[in-house]
Each structure stands twice: as C-alpha cells, then as structure tokens.
Design a protein around this ligand. Structure first.
Ligand SMILES: *[C@@H]1O[C@H](CO)[C@@H](O)[C@H](O)[C@H]1NC(C)=O
Ligand SMILES: *[C@@H]1O[C@H](CO)[C@@H](O)[C@H](O)[C@H]1NC(C)=O
Length: 277
C-alpha cells in the first residue's frame, strides 16, 4: 500500500514538475552558455557574439507525446533562431522541427515547422502566434505516432501531417529520434528575410526551458518500451472540432505553406499537397 502511494506521489510530482534536466539532457555545444539550474528544473541557452549553445536528450524516442515549456528571447531578438526538434542521425535521417525566428521588439516571432523523411525536408509551414512567446512560458508539443504528427502549442494544434504511405507519401516511422534544441545566430536569413541583423549590443540572448514531459516510447539497447500511458497518444489524431479549430488557425495565423508555393516547385507540388486538409 505504502509502495503504491509512493509511486503515485512520484508520478504526481513528475506530472507537475516535469523531468529533471540533469538526468534527461546534456549540453552539447557552447560550453557555459547552456546551463541547467534550479535542481534540474530549468534550462537556459544563451547566444553571444562568440557562440550559441545547444542541448540534446540522453534518450532516443520512437513515437510519443513530448511537451516542453519554452520562453523565448525577450526584446530585440532579431537575427536569432531557437531550434527545437526531434531528429534521428545520418544522411537519411528523419526530423520533426520547430524553429522560432526572432524579431525586432514588438514585431511578431515566426514559428517555423518542418518534417524530414529519409533526409528530405522541404515541408515548411510558418505561423505567427496569438500571444507573445517572450513574456511567459508556453507549452510546445509534438505528438508523433504511426498515424500522424501533430504540432500543438498550449494544446492548440497548429499542424498535422498524416501518414499517407498508402498513397506513396513518405512518413517518418522507422527511426528513433533524440530531442535537440539550439540557439544560434542566423541573421543572414532569419528576420524579415535577412534585412534585419542581430543587434549585438543586446547580447547575451537567452531562451529558457522547463517542465519537460516526455510521454514516449524509449529506444534503448535494440528494444523499444512504451510505458503504461502510451494509449493516451498512440492512436491520437485530430477529429471534429479540433479540425475546425486547426482550419481557423491556419486561416488566421499561417504565413507560409510549402503546399501553395508553386514557384518553388515548378515540377509540381509535393504529392501530399493534393490531399492536405
Ligand atoms: C563581443 O562582445 C563583448 C562584450 O560586449 C566585447 O567586449 C567583444 O569585443 C565582442 N567581440 C567581438 C569579436 O565582437
Ligand atoms: C517580423 O516582423 C515582420 C513585420 O511584422 C513580419 O513580416 C515577419 O514575419 C516577422 N518575423 C520574422 C522572422 O521576420
């Protein structure tokens, strides 16, 4: 009985606090510019005129729902990019990406999303947000299961990429992925097409992470184990009102969609664009 209560308590605490960053991640780039603080509950990445910084997960995930609360660089973040993504390794890697492109004070961040399958991306969609992502933490989620990939922010879906392998459209399914994030200078292209450069007098720039909740299947030593709560996301897809809300959001906040970029694909739009709903 005591044991059960203890297990429940630990589960409850994890539910509230998220995993310990010290156990789940390592800083892989930028030396002391990436920091894990507050007993593993907060992680910060910084960028200065010498280097950016980044981290990666110790674990490899093969399907899951992964939530992270992120607070982006406040003030003038023009020229900076905070990337947050799942990726496998190698030339034919798969990837599920968020990138947050900074902007001048008062100008909207751009949320860039992309999906790579077998080393090939070119599936970008970009959005503006319905809130200021720099004043508080917001939850950025990736749901990835055999049927679909859903990007959602504070439980509001912004993008769904369905598995349509039966129509010959590639879908990332066979490769386990680690979670990565990095903060770097990309002022050649990031902000307003590269016209606005990073203002180094504002450095160091910093984005923060907390409340990491990986509810995922873990790939280790050639095996995958999914944990008891996998049912909550394993067969998840958008239905009913959620689809209406996604349509509404795309109408109001989407600023780029590869599926409408006919100039870029003179040979014809990618196959999935004809069935994208
Ligand atoms: C980088 O910034 C520091 C602090 O503002 C400054 O002292 C230094 O000269 C800068 N270095 C370069 C290479 O611009
Ligand atoms: C920055 O603000 C401009 C003007 O509002 C907007 O067009 C652009 O999409 C924003 N984001 C980036 C990354 O340039």
């Amino acid at each position: 009985m005591m044991m059960i209560i203890l297990v429940l308590l630990v589960a409850l605490l994890k539910g509230v606090c998220g995993e310990n960053f010290d156990e789940e991640f390592k800083i892989t780039w930028g030396n002391e510019r990436g920091k894990i603080i507050n007993s593993g509950q907060l992680l910060t990445l910084t960028l200065d005129n010498i280097s950016g910084s980044g981290f990666e997960s110790n674990k490899e995930y093969h399907f899951g729902r992964i939530d992270m609360q992120i607070k982006l660089i406040p003030g003038n973040s023009a020229g900076t990019v905070t990337a947050y993504y799942l990726s496998s390794k190698g030339e034919t890697h798969d990837e599920i990406d968020y990138e947050f492109l900074g902007n001048l004070t008062g100008q909207p961040y751009t949320i860039h999303t992309n999906i790579y399958v077998n080393g090939k991306g070119e599936r970008e969609q970009q959005f503006h947000l319905w809130f200021d992502p720099t004043t508080d933490f917001h939850t950025y989620s990736i749901i990835w299961n055999p049927q679909t990939i859903i990007f959602s922010i504070d439980e509001t879906p912004i993008r769904e990429f369905k598995n349509r392998e039966s129509m010959g459209i590639p879908f990332p399914k066979t490769q386990a992925m680690k979670l990565y994030s990095s903060l770097w200078n990309a002022d050649q292209w990031a902000t307003q097409g590269g016209r606005v450069k990073t203002d180094w007098t504002q450095a160091p720039f910093s984005s923060s992470y907390r409340n990491f909740k990986p509810n995922a299947c873990i790939r280790a030593a050639g095996r995958t184990s999914c944990g008891p709560r996998a049912f909550a996301w394993m067969s998840r897809k958008l239905v009913g009102l959620e689809l209406n809300r996604l349509k509404w959001l795309r109408r109001n906040y989407m600023i780029y969609n590869y599926c409408t970029d006919t100039k870029r694909f003179p040979q014809g739009l990618p196959k999935e664009c004809s069935v994208q709903d």
